[in-house]
Design a protein around this ligand. Structure first.
Ligand code: 5GP
Ligand code: ZN
Length: 113
């Protein structure tokens, strides 16, 4: 699949990978919005949250649990953090491969723009 995040998952494009397992990969965002900013993606090419099917439910649950573990490892649990997934044009999704942004290490603002 000619997709940037599929290529990162296959190690064809370099990234600062912080976690990998059978189902997902986590790597630092190339343009961090905060002191901690990493992305968690499924190894399977799923375009966005809007494209999740019943067969993906276990992978999605696993990804959220992985986010909690990695955020704790990064020391974010005490003060909290944000998990975001942009979907489609209005959501300002720029890479059409499902990803959760995990952002922390500073106080966030709300609502996002
Ligand atoms: P989106 O805008 O789709 O929600 O998020 C895409 C994210 O991927 C952005 O935060 C952007 O900085 C990040 N990104 C884009 N290209 C690359 C890349 O080649 N490597 C890494 N590590 N992150 C990338
Ligand atoms: Zn992909």
């Amino acid at each position: 699949m000619d997709c940037l995040f599929c290529q990162i998952a296959r190690k064809e494009v370099p990234a600062e990978i912080i976690h990998e397992d059978e189902f997902c990969v986590a790597f630092n965002d190339i343009n961090p919005a905060a002191p901690v900013h990493f992305l968690v993606i499924p190894k399977k090419h799923i375009v966005s949250v809007a494209d999740i099917t019943a067969e993906d439910e276990a992978v999605l649950g696993h990804m959220l649990k992985t986010i909690a573990i990695l955020a704790n490892d990064k020391g974010l649990n005490e003060r909290g953090y944000r998990v975001v997934s942009n979907i489609g044009e209005d959501g300002q999704q720029t890479i059409p491969h499902l990803h959760f942004h995990v952002i922390g290490g500073r106080s966030m603002t709300w609502p996002p723009g």
